[in-house]
Design a protein around this ligand. Structure first.
Ligand code: BG6
Length: 482
C-alpha cells in the first residue's frame, strides 16, 4: 500500500478539535492507521509544534468520552507536525512543499470555510505541492446553490481528477447508514418487498435537540433546507430509494444515487404549499431546561428573520419502483429528542380473514440511525390463548446494533471516512453530479417558497415542529412516527 501524508487545513478550528483529531486518535488507538502515516496540521496561528500538540490535547479531551491514553498519545503526536501558514499570502505553502515527499500520496483535507477552497487549491498548485500523487477531501457545504456549487466544482476540476476528489457527507460515514446498503441488498426478503406494490410510504426524520450552536451568522444565511436536506436527508433518501448498484465501486453507487435525485418530482410555486412546511423555533423547554428562541440565540442582531430551522417536505420519486409512494422528510433544530430514523410503512393487507376488529396492523420497518442504533420490524402474531382462538397481536422484532460487533462503541463517522480516504476508497463520498442535481432540486423549492410566499411558522422549542407539519401528513390519512 502506498504511504500517505495527511495534511489538514483549518487544523486549529472547531471541527478539527471536535471531530477530526479525535477520529484519527481513535484509529491510532485501534492500530488502524498505517504505521508510517504522517500528519501535517496547517493553521494560520504562529506557534510551535509542541504548543499546538499541547493545546490540541486539551481541546480534544473535552470532546472525548474516554480519557486520552498516554502511550497512544505519544505514538499519535509522533506523526503530527504543525505548519503555520496564512493561506491568502503568496508563497503560503512553500514550507509545506518542502515537507511533502513525492514518493507518498498527499491527502489534503480542507476543514476550512468553503470561501478558502479555491485560494488553497491555487496556492497548493503555485507552490508545487501538487507535484506527486494527491487526493483532496472537502467538508460541506459545497456551495449554497447550484450555481455556487458548480463554481467550487469547476475550481477543483482545474487541479484534481474527479476520482481524487472526496466530498464529505458525514452521514455516509455512520455505521448505521452503511448498514442500509446491507439491509437492502444482503437480505432477499427485504429487497423483494421494496417497492410501490408493498410500501405505503417512507418517513425520514432527522431531529436535533441542539439549536444553531453559536453559528447564527452562518446559519441565518443558510437555513435547515440547505444545511441538512440538500446533503444528509438527500443521501438517506437515495440509499433507501436507489436500485441495487452493480458493485460497491464508487461509480456504481453514485450512478444509482444520481438517478434518484433526478427522478425527484420538482416542487414549484403552485404545489409548494401542499408539499413544504417551514418553521422557526421560539423559546421553550428541552429536557427540563429553558432554551432561547431562534431570534434570541447568541449572535443574533435581528428582530425578524425568515430563515427556517425546521422543514418538512412531501417528496415523490417518479420512477417505476416508487410511483405514487410519498417520502415524508422532516428535520429540525430544538426538537424534544435527537432522533434520526427511517420508517418504511408497508401497505395494509388486501383482504382480512381474521374477523371483525382483527385488522392486522400493517408491518412497519424502523431503521434507527441514531441514537439506539438498530432495526425494528413490527410483525403480527397470534396471541397465546385458549379463550380466543385466533386473536392477533403486534410484536416487534428488535435488532440492537450496540449488542453486536467486535468493538464496544459505535465508531464516529469520521473514523470510517478517514480510513477510506487514506486507503483511496471513494465509495462513501459524494460525486459532483449528485451534489449538483441535489442543489437543482433544493433551489427550485427555495425559489418556489419565495414566489408563493411560504413564510416560517413558529414552533415552540421542545416540540416536534409547527402544527402545519402534522397537517402535511394527516391530510393523507397518515401520521409521523414520533
Ligand atoms: C451538520 C450540520 O452537517 O450536521 C449541523 O451543519 C447539524 O447543523 C449536524 O447539527 C448534525 O450531525 P449529526 O451527526 O449530529 O446528526
Amino acid at each position: 500500500m502506498t504511504a500517505v501524508d495527511l495534511i489538514i487545513f483549518g487544523a486549529t478550528g472547531d471541527l478539527s478539535a471536535r471531530k477530526l483529531f479525535p477520529a484519527l486518535y481513535q484509529l491510532d488507538a485501534a492500530k488502524l492507521l498505517q504505521e508510517d502515516l504522517r500528519i501535517a496540521a496547517v493553521g494560520r496561528q504562529q506557534q510551535s509544534v509542541d504548543d499546538f500538540r499541547q493545546d490540541l490535547r486539551q481541546k480534544m479531551s473535552g470532546y472525548m468520552r474516554e480519557a486520552i491514553d498516554d502511550a497512544v498519545w505519544a505514538r499519535f503526536i509522533g506523526r503530527l507536525d504543525y505548519l503555520a501558514s496564512d493561506f491568502a499570502e503568496p508563497q503560503a505553502f512553500v514550507a509545506l512543499s518542502d515537507w511533502l515527499d513525492d514518493r507518498r500520496v498527499s491527502l489534503f483535507y480542507l476543514a476550512t470555510p468553503p470561501s478558502l477552497f479555491s485560494t488553497i487549491c491555487e496556492g497548493l498548485h503555485d507552490d508545487q505541492c501538487l507535484r506527486g500523487p494527491c487526493r483532496i477531501v472537502l467538508e460541506k457545504p459545497i456551495g449554497e446553490s447550484l450555481a455556487t456549487s458548480s463554481q467550487v466544482n469547476e475550481t477543483l476540476a482545474r487541479f484534481f481528477d474527479e476520482r481524487d476528489i472526496y466530498r464529505i457527507d458525514h452521514y455516509l460515514g455512520k455505521e448505521t447508514v452503511q448498514n442500509l446498503l446491507v439491509l437492502r441488498f444482503a437480505n432477499r426478503f427485504i429487497n423483494s418487498q421494496w417497492d410501490q406494490s408493498c410500501i405505503d410510504h417512507v418517513q425520514i426524520t432527522v431531529a436535533e435537540r441542539v439549536g444553531i450552536e453559536g453559528r447564527w451568522a452562518y446559519y441565518d444565511g443558510v437555513g435547515q433546507l440547505r444545511d441538512m436536506v440538500q446533503n444528509h436527508l438527500m443521501q438517506l433518501l437515495c440509499l433507501v430509494a436507489m436500485e441495487p448498484p452493480n458493485s460497491l465501486e464508487a461509480e456504481s453507487i453514485r450512478d444509482e444515487k444520481v438517478k434518484i435525485v433526478k427522478a425527484l418530482r420538482p416542487i414549484d410555486a403552485e404545489t409548494v404549499k401542499e408539499h413544504v412546511v417551514r418553521g422557526q423555533y421560539s423559546q421553550g423547554v428541552i429536557n427540563s431546561q429553558p432554551v432561547p428562541g431562534y431570534l434570541e440565540e447568541e449572535g443574533c442582531e435581528l428582530t425578524d428573520s425568515n430563515t427556517e430551522t425546521f422543514v418538512a417536505i412531501k417528496a415523490y420519486v417518479d420512477n417505476w419502483r416508487w410511483s405514487g409512494v410519498p417520502f415524508y422528510l422532516r428535520t429540525g433544530k430544538r426538537m424534544p429528542d435527537k432522533v434520526t430514523e427511517i420508517i418504511i410503512q408497508y401497505k395494509a393487507l388486501p383482504h382480512h380473514i381474521f374477523g371483525e376488529g382483527q385488522g392486522a396492523e400493517p408491518n412497519r420497518l424502523t431503521i434507527r440511525l441514531q441514537p439506539n442504533e438498530g432495526i425494528e420490524m413490527s410483525m403480527v402474531s397470534k396471541r397465546q390463548s385458549l379463550k380466543d382462538k385466533l386473536s392477533l397481536q403486534t410484536h416487534t422484532l428488535n435488532f440492537d446494533f450496540r449488542e453486536d460487533g467486535d468493538i464496544d462503541r459505535i465508531p464516529d463517522a469520521y473514523e470510517r471516512l478517514f480510513l477510506d480516504a487514506i486507503n483511496g476508497d471513494p465509495s462513501l463520498f459524494v460525486g459532483r453530479e449528485e451534489i449538483e442535481e441535489s442543489w437543482r432540486w433544493c433551489d427550485q423549492i427555495i425559489s418556489a417558497c419565495e414566489q408563493a410566499d411560504v413564510t416560517v411558522s413558529t414552533y415552540q422549542a421542545g416540540s416536534w415542529g409547527p402544527s402545519k407539519s402534522e397537517l402535511l401528513i394527516d391530510r393523507d390519512g397518515r401520521s409521523w412516527n414520533v
